[in-house]
Design a protein around this ligand. Structure first.
Ligand SMILES: *Cc1c(COP(=O)(O)O)cnc(C)c1O
Length: 346
């Protein structure tokens, strides 16, 4: 297999795109009298356009993650980071992408919106990656393989050896969605970026970083790829408040780590308690801040909990997840309420 270059993988229209040049990208000095962007000059904290390239935030994030700022793209949620990869590489109605099933539902929706065929390869019964089947699903029009590790909704990590096998035997882009990486034992695959220019790692501020409401997702990749994403994105895709708030949160990383620690302890407590319940058939191992369990009747348990105002995710209709519910780890108090209700369920 001959690895493709990033240029050869791109859609021709994206390769040749001249991006919009905003006022704030043509002049980015911090000081001066700004009469270039038709803003209202009276201060409201938000009367000025935000930094289109989020430089302060990326600098801090780069330090935190041990990468260069030029390896970071920030999107309006991971959704934008995923969508921009599809839009940059996949010619509608011609190219395809390969992913696993079950996995995060947005890949399918974004593929459909972009008119890109999505090929879903079932995981093995133990939720591990079937690399042979993934490679069999690949053809000359496959631009990208999307993997999710820890995977949603199954909770398990995919083996790095399997991902490596794909990187070495597939010539296109491999994207790994690490939305839950802060809850996992294993390390992020970020460290492999310098070795694999066709690797994209997605992370998010929505889970461990406690900023789901702000909508901030991350793509880490080779700087050539990041430069393409910056060209394709809306000029001011991350608003000023989000940039400022995320920077503050990064400066308080110990708080996040403490919360993650507590969540992991609570996760262990829930797993033990779930295993005691007669109607719980399987408590699946998890590397995320949620637990997938298989029960005798998922619909009944879901409806019962809902009646007690406890909302979990019923995954019974998902492939390989018959009679499964996915339960997010809450605060100790919330988990107490959940356990009390679950003990009373018969
Ligand atoms: C929650 C989640 C995300 C986060 O999406 P955002 O748009 O950043 O909120 C991404 N990927 C997976 C697999 C998720 O479960």
């Amino acid at each position: 297999m001959k690895p493709e270059t990033i240029t050869s993988l791109l859609r021709p229209n994206i390769l040749h795109l001249t991006p919009y040049s905003s006022a704030r990208s043509e002049f980015d000095g911090a000081e001066g009298i700004f009469l270039d962007a038709n803003e209202n000059p009276y201060n409201t904290d938000y009367n000025r356009y935000p930094d289109p390239l989020q430089r302060k935030l990326k600098e801090k994030l780069a330090q935190t993650k041990g990468v260069q700022p030029s390896n970071i793209f920030l999107g309006n949620g991971s959704d934008e980071a995923i969508d921009i990869a599809l839009r940059s590489f996949c010619n509608p109605h011609a190219d395809n992408i390969v992913t696993i099933t079950p996995t995060y539902g947005m890949y399918k929706v974004l593929a459909q919106i972009n008119d890109v065929e999505l090929r879903e390869v079932p995981l093995n019964a133990d939720f591990s990656l079937n690399t042979q089947a993934v490679l069999q699903a690949v053809d000359a029009h496959t631009k990208m393989i999307i993997l999710c590790s820890p995977n949603n909704p199954t909770g398990n990590d995919l083996e790095w050896s399997s991902m490596l096998h794909l990187l070495n035997n597939f010539s296109g882009i491999i994207a790994i969605d690490e939305a839950y990486i802060d809850f996992a034992q294993g390390a992020s695959r970020l460290q492999y970026l310098p070795q694999y220019p066709r690797l994209i790692v997605w992370q998010t501020f929505s889970k461990a970083w406690a900023m789901a409401g702000l909508r901030l997702g991350i793509a880490f990749a080779h700087e050539e790829l990041i430069a393409v994403f910056n060209k394709v994105k809306y000029p001011y895709n991350i608003n000023a408040y989000t940039q400022q708030k995320a920077l503050e949160m990064l400066q308080q990383q110990p708080t996040m780590l403490q919360q993650v620690n507590t969540i992991l302890q609570e996760r262990q407590r829930l797993q033990k308690e779930f295993a005691q319940l007669k109607y719980v058939k399987t408590v699946y191992p998890t590397s995320a801040n949620f637990i997938l369990i298989q029960v005798e009747d998922a619909n009944r348990l879901y409806d019962y909990l809902l009646a007690q105002h406890i909302i979990v995710r019923n995954r019974t209709k998902v492939q390989l997840c018959g009679n499964c519910v996915r339960i997010t780890v809450g605060t100790a108090h919330e988990n107490d309420a959940l356990l009390q209700a679950m003990h009373l369920f018969a």
